[in-house]
Design a protein around this ligand. Sequence first.
Ligand code: ATP
Ligand code: MG
Length: 412
Amino acid sequence: VAGGEKLQAPRGTFDVLPDEGRRRLRLNRLAEEMLGGAGYGYFESPVIEDTELFARGVGEATDIVQKEMFTFEDQAGRSLTLRPENTAGVCRAYVEHGMHKQPQPVKLWSWGPFFRHEAPQAGRYRQFTQLDVEALGSDDPAVDAEVILLLDEFLARAGVREVRLRLSSLGTAGTRRAYLDELRAYLRSREGELSDEVRGRIEANPLRAFDSDHQGTRGVMADAPSLLDRLEADDAEHFTAVRALLDDAGLAYEVDTTLVRGLDYYTRTVFEFESDRLGAQRGVAGGGRYDGLVEELGGPHTPAIGWAAGVERILLAGDAPEEPGGDAVFVAVAGPEAGREAFRLVRELRRQGVRVEMEQAGRSMKGQFKHADRIGARAVVIVGDGLEVKDMRSGEQRPVADADEVVRLVGA
Ligand code: ATP
Ligand code: MG
């Protein structure tokens, strides 16, 4: 290995520097405040899981499992994968810890890194951060409405503007299969009017046809059967109940029967929040019900719903106000003898809750005051023969006896 050469963070990853770090921490605190306040408990699962969890929990046929996973063998030859999403791990943990014995629904929120091998671009990374909410153990439409409204409120408070919500219901897997067969048959019956691209994807992904800009295709799709018209009675009723609660709450949404989500196991309610502030990567958050997934992973039948929001995309689309910084105290060191005393004072002030930094770069007194200004210090404590406090706003400077007096003067 050649020494001395510069290295870079791996493709599609990034460092978080302190300015950006402040904004991220602020979002994290907002999540804790809002979701904790709504009874969601903080949950973390490992970043590595058995590859099989995602093959089963996301679905073999999905883009994620087909081409986006970072999979490797450990020293013992086990196949492990860096988690590409959260829901599968949550369901695994729900089964592993017998959470069905707890009061239902079990309500969880998470925050952390996820990994997908994608082509990096603005808003699309190989390591990214998701804020995630899951509620397991209830099929009450009120849970669907609650998680959607919490997400909407979170995005609003995070300063994400120009948000649109798309909402639909997928019914059951059986309904969906039958519908896709019907749609394929319909597309084949009018094949001649479709674009080459759509015609080529009839088998693999007939829903693509709804997104086409091709004029002939659009004409065909205007008369296409809609999944919502094919829902079983209880699924249709469930969707009506969810919509009524969202309507009561005054939340605007667009029913989009073409909404498809990346997980194989979605059932009933699905939704996506987009922001026009973002370019091509307009998806800010998405989620839905996955009533069959816990069972698929070896647990009891457990209806559940959740969502995931991309933290980096929220920050890109948001204009959350910066947190006011600069209420710290700076301890200036007057002369080589004062260093130990200053160090002791800083520890004492920190014990009493004061935000405080001290000189650590051998600056002149003038340089120290300049630095105190730079970090926005509201007061400077000068440690020399004695102690003096200078109020940086009024410019007033006065001697003090000890740390307690400093605290009284500058406040904790
Ligand atoms: P997209 O259509 O943009 O690929 P997705 O449907 O794959 O999104 P989900 O699996 O629903 O995304 O993940 C939830 C959220 O996580 C997305 O809405 C987005 O904000 C964020 N996200 C997904 N993939 C990435 C990525 N590679 N980089 C950054 N954020 C991402
Ligand atoms: Mg994707």
